[in-house]
Design a protein around this ligand. Structure first.
Ligand code: CXF
Ligand code: ZN
Length: 372
């Protein structure tokens, strides 16, 4: 028997998201139905709205959901009805990347996250009896209810029982990406200098994680002075405006070069300049969404002679389950204070939340969808 839900339907960027009635399919053995309490808004939702990613329209987006499990399929072991859960991206669990706990590079990422249907082609959502594209990142959490999966659902540990789900919701995307880039992908060493370019959710998470790792100095670069102030509150030891000779200031501060540069801007000229600031054995981590036509140019002799690494990073090399629990532990201890990035909106204000994300007035908008 299908479940009735209300979902925000995206029909492109010429009309606002509209909250309408939909029906959710019955659960498969490895699926959970989650009553959504809250969902963060991410720039990837807007990239899909703007057709920059190959997700079919109309579609129900939202991929930073948190909620309470209502029902589970027969093979689900990650959570049971009544559990508080947070959701992240989905993966196949069996490809060569998943086999080595690197699901962000899942060979079957598209069918499991962006096809609009389950990986086997069946719809998870209907509207007036017709298929509705959903299963976005294995959830589609801009809705009162979502079908999630065994591999993208994490039970919130009891140690975080006192933290509201609305606060925890955004942990499964940008926060995980920035923190994972520092702690898992680049494995930042204590005492080494790092510069983070772009102080949005991913950059701020990287700065908080760099502090956890003991990096020093931790340099934030952005073009927005308000963001730079917040970056300092979260752990940056220095903050330079990118419009104001940031590279020269970094060279003056760290004449031997930087152990790590981390780019979240996706702007090739920013990345090339950041790369030029690296010390011997330095790592340049890249996560920013870029123009698909862009290339990067590096001097080959400097690249080889200094033993530099240029590292493309997806989702902070997160393995979902254990890493999200680790990040929640840092959050509970006050070492990962991402609540400072959040601005809350009612579900009915979804278009205002998106606007706040796009105009930069809120770093991480979170929609409150139901009471906990
Ligand atoms: C994703 C990209 C693929 C891995 C998880 C995070 N980004 C979403 O916005
Ligand atoms: Zn995202």
């Amino acid at each position: 028997m299908t479940t009735l839900a209300r979902a925000a339907i995206c029909r492109g960027n010429t009309e606002p998201f509209a909250i309408e009635e939909v029906q959710l399919d019955d659960l498969r053995p490895d699926e959970l139905r989650v009553r959504i309490v809250a969902c963060g808004v991410c720039h990837t939702d807007m990239a899909v709205r703007d057709k920059q990613l190959p997700v079919p329209h109309p579609v129900v987006l939202g991929h930073e959901g948190a909620g309470i499990v209502e029902e589970v399929g027969s093979a689900v072991t990650v959570a049971k009805p009544g559990d508080r859960v947070v959701m992240s991206f989905n993966s196949c669990g069996t490809c060569p990347s998943c086999e080595v706990d690197a699901p962000t590079y899942c060979y079957n990422f598209f069918p499991n996250n962006w096809s609009g249907v389950r990986a086997d082609g069946s719809p998870v959502m209907f509207k007036d009896g017709d298929k509705m594209n959903a299963n976005f990142f294995g959830q589609s959490s801009f809705a009162t209810h979502a079908i999630a999966h065994q591999l993208n659902t994490v039970k919130v540990p009891d140690s975080a029982a006192h933290i509201p789900l609305a606060q925890i919701a955004p942990i499964g995307c940008g926060l995980m990406t920035g923190a994972g880039a520092v702690l898992r992908s680049m494995k930042v060493r204590a005492g080494m200098p790092i510069a983070v370019f772009g102080a949005g959710t991913v950059g701020m998470a990287a700065i908080m994680a760099a502090k956890i790792a003991g990096a020093n100095p931790i340099i934030a670069v952005d073009v927005n002075d308000g963001r730079l102030e917040l970056a300092k509150e979260l752990g940056a030891t220095h903050a330079f405006n990118g419009k104001d000779g940031a590279a020269d200031k970094i060279k003056e501060l760290c004449p031997q070069g930087l152990g790590y540069v981390f780019d979240t801007t996706g702007i090739n000229k920013v990345i090339e300049e950041a790369w030029s600031l690296l010390a011997p054995k330095g790592i340049c981590g890249i996560v920013g969404a870029s123009n698909p036509a862009d290339n990067l140019t590096f001097n080959e002799a400097e690249f080889m002679g200094n033993g530099r690494t240029v590292m493309g990073i997806l989702g902070g090399d997160s393995d979902v389950g254990s890493f999200l629990v680790e990040l929640l532990d840092y959050h509970v201890k006050g070492q990962f204070p991402f609540e400072k990035l959040i601005g809350y909106f009612d579900f009915s204000e979804i278009n205002e939340a998106i606007e706040a994300s796009e105009n930069g007035s809120v770093v991480k908008p979170v929609l409150k969808i139901s009471e906990e």
